[in-house]
Design a protein around this ligand. Structure first.
Ligand code: MEV
Length: 448
């Protein structure tokens, strides 16, 4: 805990900020300083780029960057970059990619690409009067932002619709301009917000000048102008399908129809029960967030939107669906994904640029497809384990490495532990006891 207010912290140099933090909070300030400094990049100009992303930076927080190869999507092979700290996720994605590689691969289609922005405002006059000018207002506002939209229009985007919504029955004097946008390959936040703020100014002028408002209030109060991260019309579908008989694999050979039924039931359960739905969708986001992060897109926006979409009929439900009809197993995911492949940090972060390069420098819609597929693959891998062997078998094997690292195990101790736990239940205590015993045992008596 901080003991007293620190004035002028933001004005300190990076080194002094780090020193202050270490002295305030660490048992051993020197070693804290060393730990935090150890993660500074040796390339100073690159470090300056990173420091520029945020404020009061004192270090870099790194996450593992993995890749999942062999994703066949719409007939093209992709290696998918994934940034995630949870063990098993990349392994699960890779295994699902491999599994579907032999069964026709993944397919995607873009259902829509519209983004949304809102100008929330108050006006104290007769609501019928306000609603009567909507067509004129629309034209007026669009004329007013040509200087902002011209470039985007050249790229095939721009403002695609403006509606005026009367919410005075819910909140006194409250109206909303709801604006839809096409932002092509950019996520478009800056473009959308600039246009919306200009719409706010235009709206004020329109009401002040238009003859219809003579005698009525001439002032509009702009409450706020901001994009909405809820983009249900920026939607992609990803799916896999094959005859039920083709699902068979190794240990599940004889039980394939049962496996397919159980799998479909697991998906239906996530449509019925929100407790299960949240965990089910969390598994989907294990894949989605990892690619969103690797391409430096906004994972908070993607999560917020995805979860709101999952509750669009009033109950939180699974984002994926599964059917078995006429012997065909079909598993799919519909998800809104407002992402960009130009602008933002997508090129500024050198590893995001490498991720996009790895994906063949995709358009935003192609990236939507790759991200949705990774979410679906993750969901497939999780459900396949859950309805067959259970999740812990694979998960704890991966987790064993983390436990061993935590215990500071040497390479030979790791090897011995992997051998020992290949057929045993893995718990932290069991692994710790094993390593302690190993360390007490004379080398000659170790028979692993
Ligand atoms: C763990 O990160 C994700 C799962 O819990 C997802 C699921 O239960 O479907 C395995």
């Amino acid at each position: 805990m901080q003991d007293k207010v620190k004035a002028g912290f933001s004005k300190l140099s990076k080194k002094d900020k780090l020193k202050w933090v270490a002295q305030q909070f660490a048992d051993s300030p020197e070693s804290a300083e060393r730990d935090l400094t150890n993660f500074w990049l040796s390339d100073e100009s690159l470090q300056r780029v990173f420091d520029g992303f945020s404020e009061n930076t004192i270090s870099n927080f790194i996450l593992p960057y993995g890749v999942a190869p062999n994703f066949l999507i719409n007939g093209r092979l992709y290696t998918v970059p994934m940034v995630i700290e949870e063990s098993s996720v990349v392994a699960a994605a890779s295994s699902a990619a491999k599994y579907w590689l032999d069964r026709g691969g993944f397919h995607t289609t873009i259902l829509s690409t519209q983004k949304v922005g809102q100008v929330h405002f108050s006006w104290a006059g007769d609501h019928q009067l306000m609603m009567s000018v909507v067509d004129e207002l629309r034209e007026y506002l669009l004329r007013d932002v040509v200087h902002l939209t011209a470039n985007m229009e050249k790229r095939g985007g721009g403002v695609t619709g403006i509606s005026l919504l009367d919410y005075t029955h819910l909140e006194p004097e409250y109206y909303q301009l709801r604006v839809s946008f096409e932002t092509c390959d950019s996520m478009g936040a800056n473009f959308i917000n600039s246009v919306l703020e200009e719409f706010g100014n235009g709206l004020e002028r329109f009401v002040a000048e238009h003859p219809v408002f003579e005698g009525g209030p001439r002032e509009v109060d702009i409450v706020m102008a901001i994009l909405s991260n809820y983009t249900p019309e920026c939607l992609v579908r990803a799916w896999v399908e094959c005859p039920v008989a083709d699902l068979s694999e190794g240990q599940f050979e004889k039980e394939t129809p049962l496996f397919a039924e159980k799998f479909a039931k697991a998906v239906r359960i996530a449509h019925i029960d929100p407790y299960r739905a949240v965990t089910h969708n969390k598994g989907i986001f294990n894949g989605i967030d990892a690619v969103v992060l690797a391409t430096a897109n906004d994972f908070r926006a993607i999560e917020a939107c995805g979860h709101a979409f999952a509750a669009r009929d009033g109950q939180y439900r699974s984002l994926s669906y599964c059917t078995i009809e006429n012997g065909i197993f079909r598993f799919w995911l519909d998800i809104p994904l407002a992402v960009g492949t130009v602008g933002g940090l997508t090129r500024l972060h050198p590893l995001a640029a490498r991720s996009l390069e790895m994906l063949g420098n995709p358009s935003a819609t192609e990236l939507m497809g790759v991200i949705a597929v990774t979410g679906l693959a993750q969901n497939f891998a999780a459900l396949r384990s859950l309805v067959t062997t259970g999740i812990q078998q694979g998960h704890m094997k991966m987790h064993l490495t983390n436990i061993l690292n935590h215990l500071g195990a040497a390479e030979s101790e790791m090897e011995a532990a992997f051998h020992n736990f290949s057929d045993k239940v893995i718990t932290f205590t069991a692994v710790r006891d094993f390593i302690e015993t190993l360390r007490k045992t004379p080398a000659a008596d170790n028979v692993y």
